[in-house]
Design a protein around this ligand. Sequence first.
Ligand code: PLP
Length: 295
Amino acid sequence: MTWHFALVIEPAASDSSQTVFADTFTVIDPAAPALSVGELSTQRGDGIFESVGVVDGHPQEVDAHLDRLAHSAKICDLPAPHREQWRQAVTTAAEHTPRRGEGVIKLILSRGVEHGPAPTAWVTSGSAPDFALARAHGVRVVTLDRGYGLDVPSRAPWLLLGAKTLSYAVNMAALREAKRRGADDAIFVTSDGFVLEAPTASLVLRVDGRFVTPAPNGGILHGTTQLSLFEHLEAQGLHTGYEVVPVSLMARADAAWLLSSVRLAAPITSIDGKDVPVDRELTASINEYLLSPRD
Ligand code: PLP
């Protein structure tokens, strides 16, 4: 990933009455060192982030991303982001992403510098990795045990499940394990047999004509792409639902997808070595929708 643009934000208090925030942004060289060595985001992964897809210069579903940023901040006891300030930062970054093609804007809110100013915040933008193959040919996935039961988010809220924290080392380790097992990606499952999400994506199954995703009940992220897809499917009169999904339901799916803001919809071709049918026509139309300007 090459970042083309970066700006540091001087975070405003969430109740600030300021309406124009350009003077709180400092544009920096995205290729130059920028963070203090005392940064808690780098020392401890202590912060939150969002990755916003950009299509032909249009940042997608900004409201849903700002909602989730605020939700993550709350779970992590970080200061509430000033919504309008972050919106203007996204707009500024979008102006610096290519007018043609796909890009990504990353929003980062960190606990700050140890014994220093807090929090720190910055936004970067760059061109998106190429997901054309995954969208067209699909991905093989394996299930991986997340190591806890479905009730853990309520029993142990300090695990920060449901917040999009910067601590993605476990997610990356799961992707490496999936590759070691000959797959392209993973689906986390609970130790008591329920489906969660992929390390960097939501899961949607089509079962008996309805579209189902695991309920974002605190243990997983509520995917902005899945949310947008459900709105689109519902507008066509299709049935969607958030459910507690037992692992066994995946065997009954006649189509399944991994969904995320930059990859969009990648059809799943196999789960743990068992083939899953691919609905190529529907996948193409879902991606066509996801590539259209969405707010
Ligand atoms: N779940 C996890 C763990 C993720 O990292 C992501 C995206 O990065 C998603 C789900 C999908 O979220 P979105 O569709 O908002 O990109």
